[in-house]
Write a protein that binds this ligand. Structure first.
Ligand SMILES: [Zn+2]
Length: 271
């Protein structure tokens, strides 16, 4: 069920299912053939399709996110990292206030991944009564390996374009798919160090791969495998009681660290 089209009593009734999904995307160039909001559209559809099979609530996608290395191209809207972290925290606080204590972030934009990990660190010591779950972007590497025909993938590529062709063909400009493979243009070597310019230095037009090999059929196989894995994850999260128990324990230990140290010398408590 979508949060934004549900009524207030319907949202209240959904709290028995505990889990709320927040899809996370961004606004950025995706070569010349995919829409700037591709990642938010993908994350939302993954979440909605999973929710159809395992009841949970799906918030509207967060399109305003992190993509500093893509500001060279028209279409990028980028939030300052601290602003993003604070507004994500505010959203999670209010989701939990509405009764959903398990929040699953379904992210489809690689540029958000490090910040979402930072978000888990940020809220760890805030005494929250809700848990946040952050899986990797793709949960279906077998399905991707099965359909993949191109050697380079990464952005607006065979994989992402196939997903778009399956989920929202009306937004894919097939005629604008570049007539070339886009491999990394990076012309410096500071490995194994990373720099803030690695993405721009490698793929300045936000195109990594070869979308000419994309088909809606490949997209369907990937989406089906991804949604099946997401359904399994939602079920696992629903079933789990231990994360919220440990969270409660951590909150009380934080309030009285000395007592916690004394108790823990006798082994971890189990309840
Ligand atoms: Zn994307």
């Amino acid at each position: 069920m979508d949060w934004h089209t549900a009524t207030s009593p319907e949202i209240a009734a959904m709290t028995e299912h505990q889990v709320c999904i927040i899809p996370v995307g961004c606004l950025e160039r995706h070569a010349d053939h995919l829409p700037t909001g591709c990642d938010g559209l993908v994350a939302q559809r993954f979440a909605q399709l999973a929710a159809e099979r395992e009841p949970c609530v799906v918030l509207p996608p967060l399109y305003y996110a992190i993509h500093f290395a893509g500001r060279n191209a028209s279409g990028a809207i980028c939030m300052p990292t601290i602003t993003f972290l604070q507004y994500l925290k505010s959203i999670c606080d209010d989701v939990a206030r509405n009764g959903f204590k398990k929040i699953l972030l379904v992210n489809a934009h690689g540029g958000n991944s490090a910040t979402l990990t930072a978000f888990l660190h940020l809220i760890a010591d805030k005494g929250k009564d809700y848990a946040v779950f952050v899986p990797p972007i793709f949960l279906c590497s077998d399905a991707i390996a099965k359909v993949k025909e191109t050697s380079v993938t990464g952005h607006a590529c065979e994989i992402e374009t196939s997903i778009g062709l399956h989920l929202f063909p009306e937004h894919v400009r097939k005629e604008a798919i570049p007539d070339r493979l886009s491999d990394s243009l990076k012309d410096y070597d500071v490995a194994p160090a990373s720099t803030q310019l690695d993405w721009y230095g490698s793929f300045p037009d936000q195109y990594a791969g070869d979308a000419r090999a994309a088909t809606a059929g490949k997209g369907r196989q990937i989406v089906e495998a991804q949604v099946a894995a997401l359904v399994e994850l939602v079920r696992k999260i629903k079933k789990d009681t231990r994360v919220l128990e440990l969270l409660e324990q951590y909150r009380s230990d934080m309030a009285d660290p000395k007592a916690s140290v004394t108790e823990l010398t006798h082994g971890r408590r189990t309840s």
